[in-house]
Design a protein. Structure first.
Length: 199
C-alpha cells in the first residue's frame, strides 16, 4: 500500500531519538557583555570546557542556542557570530570538549520570527536535524526566556546564576508562571545536576 510504514520501523525510529543539552551562549558559556560586538570581548568561563567535556563523555548531544539580535539592529555583522563560534569551538577543542551544533537567531523581537527564544524554532530544527528527543532534553540559560523555552517543548529547565541569572532570580522570580526545574550557580553545577537525572 502506498505510504504504508511498517510499525516495527516506526518504533525503531522513535527509540533512536537521543536527549541533548541546549546551552545558551552569553551569560552561560561566556561572560555577559551586552552586545558582543567584537571578538576580543568573548571570554569563556573557566569551568565551561570541563563541564561540556563531562556532557560529551555521558553521550549527550551539546547544542548551543543563542539570540543575536545585534545583527538585525546593525550593531555587528552576521560574520562576527561565525568568528566567535569558531573561537569558542577552538578553545573547547584545546581542552578536549566539543559542541555538536550551534544555532542562532539574528532577529529582533518585533520581527516575529519563529526562532527567537523563547519560541522553539531553534530547538525544533535541532531535533529534526540531529534526531533528538526534546522531552528528555535539558535547556540551560541565564534568563527566564530559556526556562520558558524548555517548558514549551517539555524539556527540563535550568537557570544559572551567572550572567543575568542572579538578577533575574532576585527581581523577577516571584512573577514567573512556572519555575525552573533547577537553579545552579553556573554551568558546572548545572552539569552535576543533569548527570544525576534519569534519561
Amino acid at each position: 500500500m502506498a505510504g504504508f510504514v511498517p510499525r516495527r520501523w516506526l518504533l525503531a525510529e522513535v527509540t533512536s531519538l537521543r536527549p541533548a543539552v541546549f546551552l545558551d551562549r552569553d551569560g552561560t558559556i561566556a561572560e555577559e557583555v551586552g552586545y558582543l560586538d567584537h571578538i576580543s570581548r568573548f571570554q569563556m568561563f573557566p569551568f565551561v570546557a570541563h563541564a561540556i567535556r563531562r556532557l560529551n563523555g555521558a553521550n549527550l548531544r551539546v547544542i548551543v542556542i543563542t539570540n543575536q539580535s545585534g545583527v538585525a539592529r546593525g550593531y555587528f555583522p552576521e560574520s562576527l557570530i561565525a568568528a566567535v563560534h569558531e573561537l569558542m569551538t577552538t578553545q573547547l577543542a584545546s581542552e578536549g570538549a566539543h559542541v555538536d551544533a550551534l544555532y542562532y537567531c539574528p532577529h529582533k523581537e518585533d520581527d516575529a520570527c519563529a526562532c527567537r527564544k523563547p519560541k522553539p524554532g531553534m530547538l525544533e530544527s535541532a531535533a529534526r536535524e540531529h534526531g533528538l528527543d526534546l522531552r528528555r532534553s535539558f535547556v540551560v540559560g541565564d534568563r527566564y526566556g530559556d526556562v520558558e523555552l524548555a517548558h514549551r517543548v517539555g524539556a527540563r529547565a535550568i537557570l544559572v546564576r551567572t550572567g543575568y541569572g542572579e538578577g533575574q532570580m532576585q527581581r523577577h522570580s516571584a512573577e514567573w508562571p512556572a519555575p525552573p526545574d533547577f537553579v545552579a550557580e553556573n554551568l558546572a553545577e548545572a552539569t552535576d545536576w543533569i548527570l544525576r537525572q534519569p534519561r
